[in-house]
Design a protein. Structure first.
Length: 232
């Protein structure tokens, strides 16, 4: 009987602890916004995979583990499972000039936009598909401190996804490496041969032009993706 009573007491204790844990409130806030070009107020286009991230740390706890949130391809971000509180936030490892750490309050539906300068603006981008080749023309404007650094990669990417970019290009990718400072008044061009090995079926595909500056950890900057019909 004494053993049975001990088991009952232990089970009751575990049930009480479980109920206490279950009484903690879950995430009650959303954190969303964009990273914007501080001069044009336009979102800075991103890579979805291996692209820029936001580091954030909730204050008021002993835990110093920093969490990360990845940007969407259009330069926006969203996390619908945040706890209300004070946070330190900063975009990092991106295609933009460094952003200082900011402390913000997140509660309910919280929108917050980061503002900085991209390393490169892709301007006047035009893309067309003629027969089995995609052609792109564009201008490159190196911005701020990046004006003194060479451009080491220019790409034209193709994919069925709106998030097309350097790591998402199942339809094909063309790249050349100028390794030079570019002229903002020069119109550059690049072409991408399309093949049935990559283009599995005819239809609409997304194309996007990007360029990367020779700065450590920098990612490609992009023009907005363009949807075009491909028939091979």
């Amino acid at each position: 009987m004494r053993t049975i009573s001990l088991i009952v007491i232990l089970l009751s204790s575990l049930l009480i602890v479980s109920c206490e844990l279950d009484n903690f409130e879950g995430p009650d806030s959303q954190f969303h916004g964009a990273i914007l070009d501080s001069e044009t107020n336009e979102p800075i286009q991103q890579d979805l995979i291996e692209g820029s991230e936001i580091e954030y740390l909730e204050l008021g706890w002993d835990n110093e583990n920093v969490s990360t949130l990845r940007f969407h391809a259009a330069g926006t971000f969203r996390n619908n499972l945040m706890f209300s509180g004070q946070y330190k936030v900063r975009p990092v490892r991106g295609n933009f000039h460094p952003v200082s750490v900011d402390t913000i309050s997140i509660s309910g539906d919280t929108e917050y936009n980061f503002k900085t300068l991209p390393y490169i603006r892709i301007k006047d981008a035009k893309i067309e598909v003629v027969a089995d080749t995609a052609y792109a023309t564009f201008k490159l404007e190196q911005v701020g401190d990046a004006q003194s650094k060479p451009v080491n990669s220019i790409v034209l990417c193709c994919d069925v996804s709106f998030s097309v970019g350097y790591p998402i290009c199942n339809g094909g990718r063309a790249e050349f490496n100028p390794n030079a400072i570019t002229d903002p008044n020069t119109t550059y061009s690049i072409k991408l041969p399309l093949s049935k090995q990559k283009i599995k079926q005819n239809g609409n595909y997304f194309f996007r032009v990007g360029a990367k500056i020779a700065i450590d950890q920098a990612k490609h900057n992009y023009a907005e993706p363009v949807r075009l019909e491909v028939n091979l």
